[in-house]
Design a binder for this molecule. Structure first.
Ligand SMILES: *Cc1c(COP(=O)(O)O)cnc(C)c1O
Length: 442
């Protein structure tokens, strides 16, 4: 390991390296959603980043073609986000949120609620009754937890209010809401849940709107919550919802008296264009879950935004049975909340929203050119691009092979099934948008 590429841990002689970082990874680490067959020589170790670029320990540079799994929005090593983090770490890195509050968590909560309820281009669009919108911030650490928390809140809310029969949780085919057992049970992607099916929690899956309406007509008064991925089925294959779908789901769920959980973990923070994916249509969410873009790809943090009328029924003393029993050691971590706050400040004070609009148009144009050139099906939804690679029986996992080739050309991304996903940070230059898409053409 040469000193020039090494992080300063080595420079201070804290660690003596006898193996490469890739060898250490091979020998000691286990990766999510990844094959353990990959030999050490093919393992990529990232050591630094700047803007839309990442560097490995060999000094090679890569375009971060999927925003480090869909979460980085302003780029790596961002001066304002770095400064916020450093300021906070000098004050306090963590204190418990069980019974105690902290400075950035309180301010971030206020700011988020103000932003979502505002009349700016970040707030809910016209025609949505703001009185119904959620405004209570419950913190956790990841998108899976944010959704699981919404489910627990919904079921407990109905128990407290004398409707204990409302306990069915509903989700759609192709949906992805995370990896804990409740989310795996809600999820419609069977490969993710098959090995654990004996642990499955009972939920109800519907195919489409008609199927949902049928369920609500038959058992509407037993449904606690319906989970809706905002704007598109993401991990289920980057499949945009048909026009009108979200709006109809929203209206049907409201009519049935159940609660609607809009999962904005992927679509939130302008990933599909508007600040929240559900702004594309007239949707009135009861719960909104946020995570991926919340700290702009810096630290793990999630929010379950709950309706005030749900929060209010949880009022009671320690013996009332009305406490919400869910919390993690690192709930509302001050470092993460401080960066989350700075992220919102960037949305308010810089031209991010305009950039997203301009870049989305360029991205869509490049992807349509790619389709014309190659005959492949391509598509774009805001800053999400997808390319469907035909499945060759003989060639096996074509999209994965393509992504490995892209890596060799200096573009990092991961496929979903036969779909190559391109999801760059919003700081990417127009030139690099072209580089990204054209890497596939080549
Ligand atoms: C990624 C994702 C989740 C899960 O979030 P994690 O932070 O990975 O647990 C949930 N819902 C959607 C729509 C997602 O894209």
């Amino acid at each position: 390991m040469s000193k020039s590429n090494a992080p300063d841990l080595w420079e201070r002689d804290i660690i003596t390296m006898t193996q490469t970082l890739a060898e250490l990874d091979f020998q000691y680490c286990w990766h999510p959603f990844s094959s353990s067959d990959v030999p050490a020589k093919d393992r990529l170790v990232i050591v630094k980043g700047k803007g839309e670029w990442l560097w490995d320990d060999q000094g090679r540079r890569y375009l971060d073609g999927n925003s480090s799994i869909w979460c980085n929005i302003h780029g790596h090593n961002h001066p304002a986000l770095n400064r916020a983090l450093v300021e906070q770490v000098k004050k306090v890195a963590h204190s418990s949120y069980l019974g105690l509050a902290n400075e950035p968590a309180s301010i971030l909560a206020q700011k988020l609620v103000n932003v979502l309820h505002s009349k700016t281009n970040l707030g809910f669009p016209r025609g949505i009754s703001r009185a119904h919108l959620p405004r209570r911030v419950f913190y956790s650490d990841n998108g899976s937890c944010a959704n699981e928390i919404a489910a627990k809140m919904a079921v407990q809310f109905f128990r407290i209010t004398g409707q204990a029969q409302r306990k069915i949780l509903v989700s759609f085919d192709n949906a992805y809401h995370g990896d804990t057992m409740l989310n795996v049970s809600l999820g419609g992607v069977s490969v993710f849940s098959e090995p654990y099916k004996d642990l499955r929690i009972k939920t109800h899956r519907v195919r489409d709107l008609a199927d949902l309406k049928k369920l609500l007509a038959q058992k509407g008064n037993q449904v606690a919550a319906v989970f809706l991925e905002s704007a598109l089925a993401g991990a289920g294959g980057m499949i945009p919802h048909p026009p009108g779908f979200m709006e109809h789901v929203s209206a049907s769920v409201r009519k049935a008296g159940a609660l609607l959980v809009v999962d904005e973990v992927l679509a939130g923070f302008a990933r599909t264009g508007p600040f929240l994916g559900c702004y594309r249509e007239k949707v009135t969410p009861d719960f909104i879950t946020l995570s991926k873009g919340l700290t702009a790809g810096y630290l793990p943090l999630a929010i379950t935004l709950a309706p005030e009328r749900v929060y209010q029924v949880f009022k009671g003393d320690y013996y009332s049975g009305r406490l919400f029993y869910h919390g993690h050691t690192y709930t509302a971590n001050p470092l993460a909340c401080r960066v989350g706050l700075e992220n919102l400040v960037l949305f308010e004070t810089t031209d991010v929203m305009t950039r997203v609009k301009t870049l989305s148009e360029e991205f869509a144009w490049e992807l349509s050119k790619l389709s014309t050139m190659t005959g492949l099906e391509t598509g774009a939804l805001g800053m999400i691009g997808y390319i469907r690679v035909p499945h060759h029986r003989t060639k096996g996992d074509q999209a994965r092979t393509e992504c490995l080739k892209l890596r060799a050309k200096g573009v990092l991304t991961r496929p979903i099934g036969n779909t190559i996903v391109l999801m760059p940070p919003y700081c990417i230059s127009s030139k690099n948008i072209r580089t990204l898409v054209q890497a596939i053409a080549r």
